[in-house]
Design a protein around this ligand. Structure first.
Ligand code: 5GP
Length: 180
């Protein structure tokens, strides 16, 4: 396994190996493949963090399926709505479709909690979440992920699409931050 790496002022240590990730993502893909047979699901991957997970997972889907990539932009709403998250690049019709959201990590759950109502408004046939990582001890909003690659402790992680200040997304394994 790769050695400790340094990005800017932070040191990261290997956490989950490339082989373990590959096996887990293959298993998740197989499970989704079975669950959605005949349903022509539409995967919606949230950029940037999920792009590696989405590409690897999608290659394990053998049934008829589609994938689309969106970016989320957050802006200040009114005092009653708080921060509003809106999707950029969502062109597909979601009405009556079976939707699977692909995320890199559910941390506090804030992003998905703010964004899911936008999907629900479009009345999909079903809506599920597949996330590469979940940090249950950091969760602050009622977000339920249906498919989880790995549950991780409440530590900053890097690699396999997840970055630190834009760096590290290309690392094939997962690293965790070494606290000072
Ligand atoms: P949430 O809204 O669930 O708190 O977090 C959403 C986003 O924060 C994730 O999609 C991810 O981009 C970023 N994030 C949360 N935890 C981590 C982490 O440990 N490492 C990295 N690189 N990004 C994280």
């Amino acid at each position: 396994m790769a050695a400790t790496i340094k990005i800017h002022d932070k040191v990261f240590t290997p956490f989950i190996s490339k082989e373990t990730i590959e096996q887990r993502v293959a298993a998740l893909g197989k499970q989704i493949d079975e669950d959605y047979a005949g349903k022509n699901p539409l995967f919606i991957a949230i950029l940037n963090g999920s792009f590696i997970f989405a590409a690897d997972l999608f290659r394990h889907i053998t049934i008829d399926a589609e994938i689309s990539f969106i970016k989320l932009a957050s802006y200040k709403g009114t005092s009653s709505t708080g921060n509003v998250v809106t999707a950029i690049g969502m062109e597909e019709q979601l009405h009556h479709r079976h939707i699977i959201i692909l995320e890199d990590i559910v941390d506090t759950g804030k992003t998905l909690y703010s964004f899911l109502p936008e999907i629900e408004l479009r009345q999909p046939a079903s809506l599920k979440i597949a996330t590469f990582l979940s940090k249950p001890s950091a969760l602050k909003h009622p977000v339920h992920a249906d498919y989880i690659g790995f549950e991780v402790p409440n530590k900053f992680v890097l690699g396999y699409g997840l970055d630190y200040d834009g760096h590290g997304r290309n690392l094939p394994e997962l690293y965790e931050l070494v606290e000072d």
